[in-house]
Design a protein around this ligand. Structure first.
Ligand code: SF4
Length: 331
């Protein structure tokens, strides 16, 4: 499949009180038209920074893209001028964030906010852009769209506000939609509705989706392929069924083990919750070896000294872990 969006060895660094810190370290992936790619990992793994880099929104002056490339439809976004990035943002590449109240402006109606993107990028008139707002609210299944287009964000429930964000993001029919933890603040029923909506939009509009989440359940439900990130690095990539059935990296196995499981026993139903011990290390303290070594149940002496190189596990599935090397040598 041809790539619509392609990241190659992307590096992002920040100037901090502790010196220059690399927050993305050689991240690569590609996304084809109409595909859904999941990016999974704990907080602080670099998922959201990857999204911000694609959108040209790495916070400045502290943050810098220091290496690698981001290509969209063949165009190099890292070297593109800000004016060009503004043209693409919200138009051909759009993003929805996890907390709609921080992204929606409370003093404008939702209709005005959806119409703004349509006016700016599609050159629609005032009347046309209002029609577009109503059409988009209908597309995301907001009832009585003609009436609610004139309401303010605080008049919508959390789930409905997230639908409004999706309507805004899709107003210009982008080719790529980046959804950064789009359902984190919502209850389970509304989460399922938002995922159904994203699936429907992908099928009807052919939008490629990058779903950023810490939730392996959402990955299983929504995505075709997944990349697992840890401490700013890609540690595993593969087709979603393959990753779920046969994870190769101990961190991926840990994430999968953290999914809530129901235990049935003596009439009681209680969730068995597991966790990966420890936390993601501060990035300025990373040693030269594997970033996961301090938390890894399989760590070997070599892991602390040498950074693991990515190895093909099987077709379309790769992971960066010295265990793969050991197994190959033992075979
Ligand atoms: Fe664990 Fe070593 Fe693999 Fe890192 S390289 S995940 S420490 S076994």
């Amino acid at each position: 499949m041809d790539s619509l969006l392609e990241l190659e060895h992307l590096e992002v660094e920040f100037d901090t009180w502790d010196g220059r810190v690399r927050v993305l370290d050689g991240v690569s992936f590609s996304l084809a038209a109409g595909e859904t790619l999941g990016i999974v990992g704990e907080s602080g793994c670099g998922k959201s920074m990857t999204a911000l880099a694609i959108m040209g929104l790495v916070p400045t002056p502290a943050g810098h893209i220091t290496g690698g490339s981001i290509r969209f439809a063949g165009e190099d976004l890292v070297r593109a001028p800000q004016a060009r990035l503004r043209q693409l943002r919200g138009n051909r590449i759009a993003m929805i964030f996890q907390e709609p109240m921080t992204s929606l402006n409370p003093v404008f109606t939702v209709g005005e906010q959806i119409a703004e993107a349509a006016r700016e990028h599609l050159g629609l008139s005032g009347t046309e852009s209002r029609h577009r707002s109503v059409e988009m609210l209908r597309a995301v299944h907001i009832p009585e769209a003609e009436k609610r287009v004139d309401e303010y964000p605080h008049q919508f429930s959390g789930g409905m506000r997230q639908r409004v964000m999706i309507a805004m993001a899709l107003a210009c029919e982008p080719q790529v939609l980046i959804a950064d933890e789009p359902t984190t603040a919502l209850d389970v029923t509304v989460q399922a509705q938002i995922f159904d909506l994203l699936q429907e939009l992908r099928e009807t509009k052919g939008t490629a989706i990058v779903l950023i989440t810490h939730d392996m359940g959402a990955i299983a439900e929504m995505t075709d392929r997944v990349i697992v990130m840890y401490a700013g690095r890609r540690v595993e990539e593969g087709a979603v069924e393959d990753i779920l059935d046969r994870p190769a990296h101990p961190y991926t196995r840990g994430l999968l083990a953290c999914r809530p499981q129901l235990q049935l026993g003596k009439g009681a139903v209680r969730p068995a919750l597991r966790e990966i011990p420890g936390v993601v290390p501060p990035l300025h303290l990373l040693g030269r070896g594997c970033a996961f070594a301090e938390r890894c149940p399989d760590a070997m002496p070599r892991c602390r000294d040498e950074r693991p190189v990515e190895t093909v596990v099987r077709a379309g599935h790769a992971a960066a872990c010295w265990l793969l090397d050991e197994r190959r040598e033992a075979a």
